[in-house]
Design a protein around this ligand. Structure first.
Ligand SMILES: Nc1nc2c(ncn2[C@@H]2O[C@H](COP(=O)(O)OP(=O)(O)O)[C@@H](O)[C@H]2O)c(=O)[nH]1
Ligand SMILES: [Mg+2]
Length: 350
């Protein structure tokens, strides 16, 4: 049996039915309404929502909910379109969390991908986030993917909405739908959110391609499909920076006799900027060459050897996962507890 699978078996063994822990991951671009969806699902504000002017820059967040008797860890993820964080940084974070979940034997029930039906165009950010998401999944787990359109209640015209749904179905989402993903609407309220998540909870759990690659096969992140995509995009960016740098260098040489100091300074600044960009892109490529699965396994081993979490399976799993994902202050204030204490108080009843 493969390594991750053995761990999974061991973890599940001895854990009674009511202790079974599931996970559902929410993905989509920044502003798609992931945090809004989770707050509606929880029936209270557990994770911070952002607005268009102040996009929330936060890492992956874990919200423990109890939905119809099932304990579910709902994961809020950042989109691959954040100004302040690189794609490699965000992918690394998601990869670490997914590796930890798999390694710990938490059952991944599926992924909900949220897209605003009000969007006039399928923009670059949406296309990129969707592409990385697709590559994270691989083909087989696509039957556990829900492609959800949001903002139906924001004055969205039904006819126009249906027309956009048709375009999504035929163009961008055709491959996934063909492989078993389902398309649904989120009507912006609690019941609609519960209904969507419940559709995933009744399914058998899945293992994503990135999890098999990182945990079972010990690959480096840049050797996974998602990592290779981010690496290639960085390579394209570097080509652009190099071109820009070459033309600025040419200008710089021509300016040896130039008296205009402002112009000289501007070119000098441009040169420095392009060099910095180039270095940053190279650093991001280096950061993708990590064996995330091995790192996570080692991290879990260390956590397990800490005396305060040697007992009870469930707190251990939650506690360990807490090392790979943030827990929003909203959850902490509602649970009124700290990680590692009475675990039932952590799961907010929905
Ligand atoms: N009225 C309404 N507002 C929404 C909906 N979804 C998101 N929003 C608002 O849109 C903004 C961005 O949503 P957020 O959940 O933070 O997006 P995220 O980046 O995907 O987490 C926030 O101000 C939300 O309150 C929705 O379905 N209806
Ligand atoms: Mg958010």
């Amino acid at each position: 049996m493969e390594n991750g699978a053995v761990q999974k078996e061991l973890q599940l063994e001895g854990r009674s039915q009511e202790e079974k822990l599931c996970m559902v991951v929410i993905m989509g671009v920044t502003g798609a309404g992931k945090s809004y969806f989770i707050n509606k699902l929880a029936g209270r504000e557990v994770t911070e929502e952002g607005d268009s002017l102040h996009a929330c820059t936060q890492g992956c967040q874990m919200i423990p909910l109890e939905i119809g008797g099932t304990k579910v860890l709902v994961i809020d993820t950042p989109g691959f379109d954040e100004a302040k964080r690189s794609d490699s940084e965000i992918l690394t974070e998601i990869a670490r969390l997914l590796s930890a979940q798999y390694e710990l034997g938490v059952e991944l029930k599926g992924i909900i991908y949220i897209h605003r039906i009000t969007d006039i165009r399928y923009g670059r950010a949406a296309a990129k986030t969707f592409e990385i998401f697709k590559k994270i999944c691989g083909e087989k787990p696509l039957k556990n993917v829900l492609l959800v359109t949001s903002r139906w209640t924001d004055g969205m015209d039904e006819k126009l909405g249906s027309q956009r749904e048709g375009e999504l179905k035929e163009n961008f989402w055709a491959y996934m739908l063909d492989k078993g993903s389902k398309m649904s609407r989120f009507y912006g309220d609690h019941d609609s959110a519960v209904m969507l998540v419940s559709q995933l909870l009744i399914k058998d759990s899945v293992v994503l391609e990135i999890q098999r690659d990182l945990v079972d096969h010990g690959k480096k992140l840049n050797e996974t499909a998602a990592g290779a995509y981010v690496n290639d995009s960085l390579e394209d960016l570097k080509t652009e920076y190099r071109k820009e740098l070459a033309s600025l260098e040419k200008l710089h040489e021509d300016l040896i006799l130039e008296q205009d100091r402002t112009k000289k300074r501007r070119i000098q600044k441009g040169l420095e900027r392009e060099k910095t960009h180039l270095e940053e892109a190279s650093e991001q490529q280096v950061s993708l060459r990590r064996r995330i699965g091995d790192e996570v396994r080692e991290g879990i081993k260390q956590k397990r050897s800490m005396p305060q979490i040697l007992s009870k399976v469930l707190p251990t799993v939650l506690d360990i996962l807490g090392a790979f994902v943030g827990i929003p202050p909203g959850v902490i204030s509602v649970a009124g507890s700290v990680v590692g204490s009475a675990v039932s108080s952590w799961f907010l009843s929905v």
